[in-house]
Design a protein around this ligand. Structure first.
Ligand code: SAM
Length: 303
């Protein structure tokens, strides 16, 4: 009875309601649970899907170490594109700071930005010499102009209008904008994360940007998606089944009362699964590597 007592106590109901209100209003960009989860699984401060040079590989022969190596390769591909070593680089949506750390090792002048409070804390604790901005990109206020702006799997979180407007404000004339991210090919599909590629292409034209590099790197990213999908279906889904069944046999009444809750968990799981279904990804999305350069010239000042 003591375990179910709170269900029948009106005071506990009021407390539960207040607790619910306090916890339901959080801004995803400041505390993103999925990104927090990945940061605990992967150990090299990178939160993107990596780049497998050899992509003809069976998912069950992939290890976490191989995913981490692929992430380093992905970061190196970005760094290779930075030709201006004189002016500062801004890593927008820097995650746990892994890319910036690699750049610092190469003595590059880099700054990072993230609205996420766990990420900024981690970066400020581990990379003390790094200039870091704790805000959304669209809210950045900067006198400084950057020679290179990077969006490594972070453009999808920012409205395109806002991203194009802000980059225009902070990039030097002739500067490079490196974007590595996935884009949706059409409106269908249950997982709506990512911009539509055609909207992005349209914004490029409207805002006078030229593509100097354009690569579809989907095949190089797929091994990570296949790996995630494998563990999802061979580990997470069976564990979920185990927990549900355990509840059904040990606490049938609670199992019955939580029917709606379990249905909403299942719905969320189906949505997450869709984002790591390799076949669906290939049908609905493209993972692109862009290097952009602005066509116009402006009067830029550099600090
Ligand atoms: C998938 S992670 C990629 C992290 C990192 N760039 C990497 O490649 O490891 C997405 C990043 O975008 C950041 N982000 C989310 N919303 C943002 C916004 N409005 N402005 C700037 N960054 C944002 C997240 O906090 C996170 O750091």
């Amino acid at each position: 009875m003591s375990k179910i007592g709170p269900f029948f106590n009106p005071v506990e109901w009021v407390k539960a309601y207040r607790f619910h209100k306090r916890n339901s209003t959080f801004d995803k960009s400041t505390y993103d649970l999925e990104l927090y989860l990945y940061s605990k699984i992967l150990n090299n401060n990178m939160l993107h899907w990596g780049y497998f040079e050899n992509f003809v590989i069976s998912p069950d022969s992939i290890s976490l170490k191989m995913v981490e190596e692929a992430q380093i390769k992905y970061a190196e591909n970005i760094i290779e594109q930075i030709t201006d070593h004189q002016h500062p680089v801004l890593d927008v949506g820097c995650g746990m700071g892994g890319l910036a750390e690699l750049m610092m090792k190469q003595k590059m002048n880099v700054e990072v930005l993230t609205p996420n409070k766990n990420q900024i804390q981690h970066i400020r604790n581990t990379l003390q010499n790094l200039v870091s901005h704790h805000c959304k990109f669209e809210q950045l206020v900067s006198e400084r102009k950057y020679g290179t702006v990077i969006n490594s799997e972070s453009l999808q979180y920012i409205r395109l209008e806002d991203a194009f407007r802000k980059v225009d404000e902070i990039i030097m004339s002739g500067g490079k904008w490196i974007i590595v991210d996935y884009f949706r090919l059409n409106e269908t599909g249950i997982n709506k994360s990512a911009h539509l590629l055609k909207d992005f292409e349209q914004k490029l034209v409207e805002n006078n940007w030229t593509k100097t590099v354009e690569r579809d790197i989907t095949p190089h990213v797929l091994p990570t998606i296949q790996f995630a999908n494998l563990y999802f279906n061979r580990f997470l889904v069976p564990v979920k089944h185990y927990v549900y069944e355990k509840l059904r046999y040990k606490k049938g009444w609670l199992y019955y009362l939580t029917t709606n809750l379990r249905a909403s968990i299942d719905k969320k799981i189906t949505k997450e699964e869709a984002s790591i279904d390799p076949a669906q990804f290939v049908n609905e999305k493209k993972y692109m590597f862009f290097v952009l350069q602005k066509n116009t010239t402006t009067n830029d000042s550099v600090e």
